[in-house]
Design a protein. Sequence first.
Length: 168
Amino acid sequence: MPRLSATQRHSIRFTLNGTPVQGEAEPRMLLTDFLRHVLGATGTHVGCEHGVCGACTVQVDGALARACLTLAVQVQGCEIRTVEGLAPAPGRLSILQEAFRRHHALQCGFCTAGILMSLDAFLRAQPDADEAALRDLLSGHLCRCTGYAPIIAAALDAAARLRETAHA
């Protein structure tokens, strides 16, 4: 395999929220920086830059990933989903986003994008998730404003509504 130069820029192509995108990045550029500064997708937040806070959580080929720990060159050819891709259509909120609005599950909003991405993937995989499972999932996210209670309420509400729509 050819060795990558630390300063040589490489073309990167992947699908972002259903749309093919491309840009150039140095091998050491983080996915957070590529999304925000190259592609202009600023919904993914940069928090701790150590993978601890969860603000940068995205979905890579359906799996959760910390974009601050992922190099942009690693997602070549992948399907990336960010918070911008949650809404079903312009001007509409997803069931999960609507539940967050209804339960006032965000305050400053800094952690919200990462939490939404984790909950979206989790509730699709485990639609019958209970409060204990949701709390366990959220232990990987830091929120300094809400105390988590409204986030849990919103997640439980969204899970119930998602189950209803699946049976309809």
